[in-house]
Design a protein around this ligand. Structure first.
Ligand code: ADP
Ligand code: NA
Length: 330
């Protein structure tokens, strides 16, 4: 029996990933890569839909790939590649765009949010059709499951609708994928504003823990994280979002249950707790950071690995694309 297939990806939108990407995506991908035939993409074509600098984009793409590997995604076990290296992605996206309703695409809430943030001048047709490209990403590989954050659920629903629509109009072609929505306890919030999702595109860096930052810098940010005046280390997302967020990070990185961490810090102040967490984060990120920097020190080898993996991805993607061309009469 072959393993079920899994697809996921991330935009190369910053020099470093943040701890939310690590806990919410990379740690889970690392675990899932054993049981699944996994495809992990650095979706650089998607990054063209928001403001970017060309030279920086290429560098961010390599840095993102290096961080996937450094976090434990093994390029010999999983197919870890750069989206733009496989031309079948935009080719299938075009075909899918012709069966996507204009109104249907217009209902995507992420588009509406981004369009409002970017303003009319920076809102492109590409931003509008972004979910169609994402559907192509997923459907090209006959994907069984797509691990995503809550914010991407609507896009996976669209992907399923497009797959079913295509199949019923042109004959069985695509597998209809299932979303696997991230656990609530895997969602990390900004350390300075613990009700907003931590993001690599956050306006202020003060509340963001970067994977590739100096350990001391991350430790300092943890010591300065927003808490509350109660003084007890207790999980309560509603009334103690800051402390709860720190507990979630602590639990995710150590594999411990939150109540056991609460017990350990019972009767002790936030200072002790933050010091403990800073140690956990520094210990976890230290080796990951070093591996990423080593990989980036040898660009030729990293490029070689990415080229081999793009070849593996292309072989599967082209099979689906050839079938699609055939079915639609091209
Ligand atoms: P960002 O907001 O950092 O640019 P993306 O939206 O590109 O992140 O998401 C990349 C992946 O990282 C997704 O799988 C997403 O669910 C996960 N992710 C991003 N931010 C967080 C967070 N704060 N907590 C948990 N997971 C996150
Ligand atoms: Na994503």
């Amino acid at each position: 029996m072959s393993k079920p297939r899994l697809y996921s990806g991330m935009q190369p939108s910053a020099d470093s990933l943040q701890i939310g990407n690590y806990i919410g995506a990379l740690m889970q991908w690392r675990d899932l890569q054993e049981a699944y035939d996994a495809y992990f993409s650095v979706v650089d074509l998607h990054s063209l839909t928001q403001p970017y600098d060309p030279a920086e984009l290429r560098e961010k793409t390599r840095r993102t790939a290096a961080q996937y590997i450094a976090a434990g995604i093994e390029p010999s076990k999983s197919t870890l590649y750069v989206q733009s290296h496989v031309p079948a992605h935009p080719e299938l996206a075009w075909i899918l765009s012709t069966i996507t309703g204009y109104g249907e695409a217009g209902r995507m809430t992420q588009f509406k949010d981004k369009a409002q943030r970017f303003g009319a001048d920076a809102t492109s047709v590409g931003l509008f059709t972004y979910p169609v490209l994402m559907a192509a990403d997923i459907l090209l590989y006959q994907t069984d499951i797509v691990p995503v954050g809550d914010d991407q659920k609507q896009h996976v629903e669209l992907t399923r609708d497009l797959a079913e629509r295509f199949n019923s109009r042109f004959g069985e072609t695509f597998k209809v994928p299932m979303p696997v929505i991230q656990r609530d306890t895997a969602r990390i919030f900004d350390l300075q504003n613990p009700v907003a999702k931590m993001s690599k595109s956050a306006e202020s860096e003060a509340g963001v823990l970067w994977l590739l930052d100096e350990p001391a810098k991350n430790a300092k940010k943890i010591m300065r994280a927003v808490t509350d005046s109660e003084g007890s280390v207790r999980y309560d997302r509603e009334s103690k979002p800051g402390v709860s967020n720190l507990l979630v990070i602590y639990a995710a990185l150590t594999g411990r249950q939150i109540p056991s961490i609460e017990d350990e810090y019972a009767g002790r102040g936030y200072g002790d707790f933050k010091k403990g967490l800073a140690e956990v984060v520094v210990n976890e990120f230290g080796p990951v950071r070093q591996r990423a920097l080593d990989l980036l020190d040898d660009p030729a080898e990293l490029d070689r690995v990415l080229a081999v993996n793009a070849g593996k991805a292309e072989a599967i993607a082209n099979r689906t694309l050839a079938d699609v061309y055939d079915k639609v009469g091209l």
